[in-house]
Write a protein that binds this ligand. Structure first.
Ligand SMILES: C[S@@+](CC[C@H](N)C(=O)[O-])C[C@H]1O[C@@H](n2cnc3c(N)ncnc32)[C@H](O)[C@@H]1O
Ligand SMILES: [Zn+2]
Ligand SMILES: [Zn+2]
Length: 585
C-alpha cells in the first residue's frame, strides 16, 4: 500500500503546516514569476505526488512528522518512468512539480495567458539573462527620459515612480476619496488638499487642511463620475539628491500627462478588443469603459507597446510578454496606492475588475541606475525581471520534462493516445473569480485576443458563472472526466482538489466520479488557494480526493491545521460526503 491511500492525521497536519509556511514565506520563485489566478500550494502537490509512490511501511517508526515532511520535500525520491496529466493545468503548479520529480508530465489548458506562463518557464534555461538585463536597462533609460521625467525640488532631472490620479466630474471637480497620499512613518503622512491644491506633510490623523481649513473627510463617495482622469501629485526619485519624494504636479507634468503622450498613444496604438460583457468585466462597462486599453494611461500604454516591440522576433519575445503581463496587474488603473501598505494594490486581487476612484499611474520601468537595479515599486518590468533572475539562480534545470497543449480538454483528450499513471488536477471551480474574465485584459494588451479566440474561450471554457448553470457545468466536467478515465492506466490514480462553501455543490461535483464508477480511496483537507493576505478569503482549505479503478475502503481524516470557520465547516462535512458516495454505489 502507498501512503496516499492511508495518510494518518499527524502526517496530514505536518503536510499542511509545511505547505502553508513554505508558500507564505514566498520562498518559491518559480511560482512567483507570474500570478496566474488560483494557484495551488506547490508543497501540497509535491508531497502528495511523493506519497503516491512511497510505501506505507516508510512511516514505521517515524517520530517527528514535521522533519519527515521537510526531508521529503527538499530531498524527494526520484519518480522515474511515470506519466502524469493535468487536464486543467492553469499556471502549471502540478505539471511543474511532477516534472521536477521525474514524471513525464502533460498539461492541457484553454487559456492563452496560462499557456504563455507555463511555456515561458521552458525557455528560462536558454535565456541569456545578462543580455536581457542590458536590454532592459537601455530601454528603461530611454523611456524614462522620454516619458517618465519630472524635476525634483532642486530642479534636477528626476524620474516619476507614481502619479497619483483622481477622477474629475463633469463640473471639473476632483473627486478625492482620501486626501492622505502616504504614511511616511508613525508621526508623519503626506496629504493633498484639493481645495488649496497643496501637498504637505502632517500628523497622520488630521481632519482639516492646516492651510485652508478644508474638511479632509468630506468624501465624494456618493456619485462616482468616471469622467476625466487628472493627476494631482507625483512621487519621484532624484538620482542626484538620492531622494524619493512626493510633490504636487506642476504645469509641465500636467502637460506631459495629457499632451504629447496622448498624441503618440493615439496614433501608435490601435485600440484593441472591445470589452465583452461578462461577470467581472461588467463593472468596467457600467463605468463607461469600452476598450481594455483604456485601463492604462497613454504613457503606460506606450511604454508597454515599445517594450514588446523591442523584443518582437527575438529570443526574448515570450519573456517580454510574460513580463508585460506580470506588470499589467499593478500598472492598470484598476490599481490604487494604499497609504497604509505603502504600495500599489492591484485591483484584481481585491475586487476583480473594479475601478478605484483614486487610481495610480505606476511607471512600469522605474529603476535606480547606480549599478543597482531597483524596481522602486512593485509589479513593474524591473521587478518582473528580478523574479526571473531569482528563478534562474535558485531553480536552474528545474523545468524541462513537460508538454502543454493549448485548447479545450474536451477536444484535446480525444486526440491523446497515451495512458497516464496519475491524473492530478484542480478543475475550474464554482469560484468567485473568473480566470477568463480577468485574463482578457492582459491578453488584449498582448495582442493575443481576437474575436475568434474570445468566442472559442467563452464557448469551450468550463466555468460556473451563475447558480443556474450548475447542471451544465457538471455535465461538461462529466464529459471531460469520462475521457480522462479512458486515459487512466489500470492501476492509475485520479487526484483532484476541489472546494466550495456550499456542500451541495461539492456533492454534485463528487457525484461525477460516482457515475464513472471510480472508487473513492481517500479524502484529505489540504491547504488550497494561495493566501493573498489582503483578500480576506473565507475558505483556505481544499478537499483533495483520491480515486482509482479498483475497489478499496475509503479513508479520510480531518486536519487540525485550518484558519477560518468556513474551513472548519468544510472539514466537518467530509464524513457525509464519503458516506453518500459509498452508499449510493
Ligand atoms: C483552478 S484553475 C487551475 C490552476 C492550476 N492548478 C494552478 O496551480 O495554476 C482551472 C483551469 O482550468 C482552465 N480551463 C477551464 N476550462 C477548460 C477547458 N475546457 N479545457 C482546458 N482548460 C480549461 C482554466 O483556464 C483554469 O486555468
Ligand atoms: Zn487646503
Ligand atoms: Zn535632485
Amino acid at each position: 500500500m502507498k501512503i496516499i491511500e492511508r495518510i494518518p492525521q499527524e502526517l496530514l497536519d505536518a503536510t499542511n503546516e509545511f505547505a502553508k509556511n513554505l508558500e507564505w514565506s514566498r520562498r518559491l520563485p518559480i511560482y512567483e514569476i507570474h500570478k496566474w489566478w488560483a494557484r495551488r500550494y506547490s508543497g501540497i502537490v509535491r508531497l502528495f505526488l511523493v506519497y503516491s509512490y512511497l510505501d506505507y511501511s516508510k512511516l514505521n517508526g517515524v517520530k517527528d512528522f514535521n522533519k519527515f515532511v521537510s526531508k521529503l520535500y527538499w530531498d524527494p525520491p526520484k519518480i522515474d518512468g511515470k506519466t502524469l496529466l493535468d487536464p486543467f493545468c492553469g499556471g502549471g503548479t502540478i505539471v511543474l512539480e511532477a516534472s521536477r520529480l521525474g514524471f513525464e508530465s502533460y498539461g492541457i489548458e484553454i487559456n492563452k495567458l496560462a499557456y504563455l506562463i507555463l511555456t515561458s518557464y521552458k525557455e528560462l534555461n536558454e535565456l541569456n539573462i545578462h543580455k536581457l538585463k542590458e536590454e532592459i536597462v537601455n530601454f528603461a533609460k530611454k523611456i524614462n527620459k522620454e516619458l517618465w521625467r519630472t524635476k525634483c525640488k532642486k530642479g534636477h532631472d528626476a524620474f516619476i515612480i507614481h502619479t497619483f490620479l483622481a477622477w474629475k466630474d463633469k463640473k471639473g471637480n476632483l473627486q478625492i476619496r482620501s486626501n492622505k497620499i502616504k504614511d511616511l512613518d508613525r508621526y508623519k503622512s503626506v496629504y493633498y488638499c484639493e481645495k488649496c491644491e497643496r501637498v504637505f506633510e502632517e500628523k497622520p490623523d488630521i481632519n482639516y487642511c492646516p492651510f485652508c481649513d478644508n474638511n479632509l473627510y468630506k468624501q465624494h463617495n456618493e456619485r462616482k463620475e468616471y469622467h476625466e482622469l487628472h493627476p494631482y501629485a507625483l512621487e519621484y526619485y532624484c538620482p542626484i539628491c538620492s531622494v524619493r519624494e512626493i510633490k504636487k504636479v506642476d504645469e509641465q507634468d500636467i502637460g506631459n500627462f495629457f499632451n504629447c503622450n496622448l498624441k503618440t498613444a493615439k496614433t501608435k496604438i490601435q485600440t484593441v478588443t472591445k470589452i465583452p460583457s461578462l461577470n467581472e468585466t461588467n463593472r468596467l462597462i457600467r463605468n463607461g469603459i469600452k476598450y481594455f486599453d483604456e485601463l492604462l494611461t497613454p504613457r503606460q500604454k506606450i511604454t508597454f507597446y515599445e517594450f514588446l516591440k523591442r523584443f518582437r522576433g527575438t529570443p526574448y519575445e515570450k519573456i517580454s510578454k510574460l513580463m508585460v503581463s506580470d506588470s499589467l496587474r499593478s500598472c492598470s488603473l484598476l490599481a490604487y496606492y494604499s497609504p497604509k501598505y505603502k504600495k500599489v494594490i492591484p485591483g484584481f486581487v481585491i475586487k476583480s475588475y473594479w475601478l478605484p476612484i483614486q487610481p495610480v499611474e505606476l511607471n512600469p520601468v522605474s529603476f535606480i541606475d547606480n549599478g543597482l537595479l531597483k524596481p522602486l515599486g512593485r509589479g513593474n518590468l524591473i521587478s518582473s525581471y528580478k523574479k526571473i533572475f531569482k528563478v534562474l539562480k535558485n531553480d536552474y534545470g528545474y523545468v524541462r520534462n513537460y508538454k502543454v497543449y493549448l485548447g479545450a480538454s474536451q477536444d484535446i483528450l480525444k486526440k491523446l493516445r497515451k495512458k497516464f499513471d496519475i491524473v492530478f488536477t484542480d478543475p475550474p471551480y464554482a469560484d468567485y473569480q473568473y480566470y477568463s474574465d480577468l485574463s482578457l485584459f492582459n491578453l488584449s494588451l498582448l495582442h493575443e485576443l481576437d474575436k475568434e479566440y474570445i468566442d472559442y474561450l467563452l464557448n469551450k471554457e468550463i466555468v460556473l458563472r451563475k447558480k443556474n448553470e450548475l447542471k451544465s457545468y457538471i455535465s461538461k466536467l462529466l464529459g471531460v472526466f469520462t475521457l480522462i478515465k479512458e486515459r487512466l492506466s489500470t492501476n492509475g490514480k485520479l487526484i483532484i482538489t476541489f472546494h466550495h462553501p456550499d456542500i451541495k455543490v461539492i456533492k454534485e461535483f463528487v457525484n461525477i466520479f460516482r457515475q464513472l464508477q471510480l472508487n473513492l480511496d481517500a479524502v484529505y483537507p489540504v491547504f488550497g488557494e494561495s493566501s493573498g493576505k489582503l483578500s480576506k478569503r473565507k475558505l483556505y482549505l481544499d478537499l483533495l480526493f483520491v480515486f482509482s479503478k479498483s475497489k478499496k475502503e475509503s479513508h479520510f481524516v480531518p486536519t487540525t491545521v485550518y484558519l477560518t470557520k468556513e474551513d472548519e465547516k468544510l472539514v466537518r462535512s467530509i464524513d457525509r460526503i464519503v458516506e453518500d458516495y459509498n452508499d449510493a454505489q
